[in-house]
Design a protein around this ligand. Sequence first.
Ligand code: NAD
Ligand code: ZN
Length: 342
Amino acid sequence: MKALVKAKPEPGLWLQDVPEPKYGPADVLIKIRKTAICGTDLHIYNWDAWSQKTIKTPMVIGHEFVGEVVAVGAAVKNFRPGQRVSGEGHLTCGKCRSCRAGKRHLCIDTHGVGVNRIGCFTELLVIPEINVYPVPDNLEDDIAAIMDPFGNAAHTALSFDLVGEDVIITGAGPIGIMAATIAKRIGARHVVITDVNDYRLNLAKSLASVRAVNVARESLSDIQNELGMMQGFDVGMEMSGVPSAFDQMLESMNHGGKIAMLGIFSQKPLLNSDLVIFKSLTLKGIYGREMFETWYKMISLVQSGLDIAPIITHRFDVDDFQKGFDVMNSGQSGKVILNWGE
Ligand code: NAD
Ligand code: ZN
């Protein structure tokens, strides 16, 4: 079967023939229909420092998908062939204190699909039943394929009460934009999203009524004055992974403000602890999605009318995967879908 493989420790990805996977009694075998390219896949494609220390080649990558169950292990109870599914890409140990307390997102020994084990950029994927999530009939394939990053957005955006609050989101990547749509939907007052990329800021504006700010040209304090905000932002979501963006966020927060941090910094930020302390800020790190409360909430948000479809800007057949990675690398895209066939 076909798979997109990080075959060699150098930039690039290779479409190769790989053996079909075997599945165990607690596993589900899924025929992949659509996958989406994550920023993580792009890091692996580009073979940056993080990938070099994390990925053991050869590795089939990818972790954002929708597909159809084709077979289940003997012990699987809740899935049957023909069912449309997506799945949680974080495999947790089941043994640590967090897992046993039902807080699997806090597992101390998480393994990632397409990072530490075979990923979904292939025709057949095996994951444990506990990680499979059923897709409701009224959720289209494209949306089901981006549940993973949408879940990152939802987990972050639902971390703090946003009703009536002024929110700043640093980074208008796909996840930042989806978080902005959620913040507006659930009742934030002003939502300001920052970036240095006009394509992405325009995409953010087309999805939600947010104030999109190019911080290369505009200052956040001017925007705060323009919006009549007297004291600063109540809630921040860091979704850029850029230290200077995080600095700007700390500067612009209200006293008692709350910040959820999702962006992964390629260079460690120099935390201005004075701002954290004297503003009495609360910082919360976000890793992945809550299993499976985030999944429940994000699907309910779509079912209740939240439209995230425009975040998908490009679609390619997997044979044209190169075009997908090129457009991602250009920064002129939202989510990019790869089709693997019906
Ligand atoms: P992305 O790289 O597409 O988006 C980041 C955006 O930040 C880009 O649009 C970039 O132009 C922008 N940016 C650059 N400099 C900026 C600045 N000075 N101010 C504001 N914005 C600036 O990433 P994404 O896929 O949307 O993911 C968002 C972040 O979350 C990334 O850092 C990613 O690695 C991270 N992430 C974390 C988790 C987790 O579990 N914690 C999961 C997925 C992604
Ligand atoms: Zn665990």
